[in-house]
Write a protein that binds this ligand. Structure first.
Ligand SMILES: [Zn+2]
Length: 149
């Protein structure tokens, strides 16, 4: 396996830059190499807007999972803990993002998604896969792994 494959990637909450870390640095309170903001290495989903997502997709060395949701959407709330679990399980190997489609409708329009929740996976700067509707954890897990392979 190539050296770079062993590094983990985290988006800085301060400047939005993606930091690559050796797994051994996780225990030492890693900070952003550019702006020194402490990095959240939990893998928990990040609330971003459309422009922030675009920038992340272009710069991320690991796949990006996007959860398109809205506060009024029951199935979105139902699937949220599942997304959170899958996101944390793949911390550093996947960056998970939530887009509130009421506030930020552009990504949803670009994807042509007709309903929410909707999900998109980006890899290597491009759309890898997308789907609509809530799903149980094993199904989301399998779908996400298709991009991690
Ligand atoms: Zn930073």
């Amino acid at each position: 396996m190539a050296q770079t494959q062993t590094k983990l990637a985290f988006r800085c909450p301060g400047c939005g830059g993606v930091n690559r870390l050796d797994p051994g640095r996780l225990a030492h309170g890693p900070k952003c190499g550019r702006c020194s903001t402490p990095l959240d290495t939990s893998g928990a989903p990040l609330d971003l807007d459309d422009a922030e997502l675009e920038r992340l997709v272009r710069s991320s060395p690991v796949p990006v999972l996007v959860d398109l949701w809205a506060p009024w959407c029951g199935p979105c709330r139902m699937v949220a803990p599942i997304v959170d679990q899958v996101a944390r399980a793949h911390a550093g190997r996947l960056i998970t993002v939530k887009i509130d489609t009421d506030q930020h409708p552009r990504t949803m329009a670009q994807l042509g998604a007709r309903g929410i929740p909707a999900f998109a996976l980006y890899r290597g700067g491009a759309l890898f896969a997308q789907r609509s509707g809530a799903m149980p954890r094993p199904e989301l897990e399998t779908w996400v792994r298709s991009a991690l392979a």
